[in-house]
Design a protein around this ligand. Structure first.
Ligand SMILES: O=C(O)c1cccc(C(=O)CC[C@H]2O[C@@H](n3cnc4c(=O)[nH]cnc43)[C@H](O)[C@@H]2O)c1
Length: 225
């Protein structure tokens, strides 16, 4: 069983891999840390970087991966995912991939092309959420971090079950789908989705939650993969 975990930055990769070993460079300049059963790639911030890095790692793998995990810190929707908590996706949703119209936002699938949702394996994601004490809910992928109450309310109304937003999950999922590999997303909440307030970020707490979450995840992966 081999799992590819894709983070945005090195601090997230270090929390996930929980090893003293430093990563090596994959073709394309991506840092990858290989531990038994878990390969952790830092692919950069945003859906495009995440898709490019994931696709590269999957294409260059000498053995197939059984699962791809998009992991890192994220924003939590108020009342749904508090600071320092974890969210395991039951859906990975592209929340700003579409068109603005006089009648409101239209997602790209309603425009007649592409898709906006990937569904992780249901039993695996439910078991993972249970083992991690995490919310089991949709995670939104955005290209622009939400920074106002108005935008937060708009997203919360459009996605009433969404617990978190981040910037990479949908890109990772698109690349995984091309390679026929299942995908889940795990986010540790570092900030609330809403008005910009950098002083309120709790990145250290979120990275600690991510580290603890991956320690609990290993037996779940062994059972399902
Ligand atoms: O400058 C800001 O106001 C600001 C607010 C939140 C996050 C950022 C980032 O640049 C971090 C992007 C990075 O972290 C993930 N992340 C963390 N919190 C959020 C969020 O609330 N919404 C979207 N992404 C978030 C993201 O996946 C990136 O990897 C800046």
């Amino acid at each position: 069983m081999r799992v590819l975990v894709v983070t945005a930055v090195a601090a997230e990769a270090e929390a996930v891999a929980a090893t003293e070993e430093t990563g090596t460079l994959l073709r394309g300049g991506y840092a990858i840390t290989r531990t038994p059963g878990l390969h952790v790639l830092a692919a950069g911030v945003g859906p495009a970087a995440a898709a490019a890095g994931t696709a590269t790692a999957l294409a260059l793998a000498d053995e197939p991966y059984a699962l791809v995990v998009s992991a890192g810190i994220g924003g939590g929707f108020t009342g749904r995912a508090p600071l320092g908590s974890l969210v395991v996706s039951d859906a990975i949703v592209a929340a700003d991939l579409g068109a603005d119209t006089p009648d409101g936002y239209l997602p790209v699938d309603e425009l007649g092309f592409g898709r906006t949702v990937h569904h992780p394996p249901a039993a695996l994601s439910a078991h993972a959420a249970d083992a991690l004490g995490a919310a089991h809910a949709p995670v939104l992928t955005v290209s622009t971090v939400t920074g106002t109450a108005g935008r937060a309310a708009e997203l919360a109304a459009r996605h009433p079950r969404a617990a978190a937003e981040a910037m990479e999950g949908f890109g990772v999922a698109e690349a995984a789908a091309v390679h026929g590999v299942p995908v889940i997303e795990i986010r540790a909440v570092s900030n609330a989705v809403g008005p910009r307030d950098r002083a309120a970020w709790r990145i250290g707490d979120a990275l600690a939650a991510l580290r603890d979450g991956f320690r609990r995840l290993t037996p779940v992966l062994q059972e399902h993969l």
